[in-house]
Ligand binder design. Structure first.
Ligand SMILES: [Zn+2]
Length: 100
């Protein structure tokens, strides 16, 4: 029966066309994603390496000065300040002039 075979063939071709369009969409999207990842990897590596080198050199150059006898650490802003800026020391809490 030629009509039945023609009907079946048309259905198969329609399904193939639909599958083809879906595969084409996936095919166009996948290369974009892969190229984007490939482009980001080298940029990220170089971007993270440079700040890391700068931070390590900065860390070495920073000098930690210990708190002196005439200084105190404010209990509110946690800044080490001179005794002359101490405004309140009640209850063990040292409050500087800025935090009063
Ligand atoms: Zn303070």
């Amino acid at each position: 029966m030629p009509t039945a075979s023609d009907y079946d063939a048309r259905r198969v071709s329609d399904a193939e066309a639909a599958d083809g369009s879906v595969l084409r969409d996936l095919g166009s999207a996948l290369p974009k994603l892969s190229t984007a990842v490939v482009d980001d990897d080298p940029n990220d590596a170089s971007f993270f390496e440079l700040p890391g080198a700068d931070l390590s050199s900065e860390e070495l150059s920073v000098t930690v000065i210990p708190q002196r006898a005439d200084e105190f650490t404010c209990s509110s802003c946690f800044l080490v300040q001179h005794r002359s800026r101490l405004r309140s020391s009640s209850g063990g809490r040292m409050i500087c002039a800025d935090c009063m």
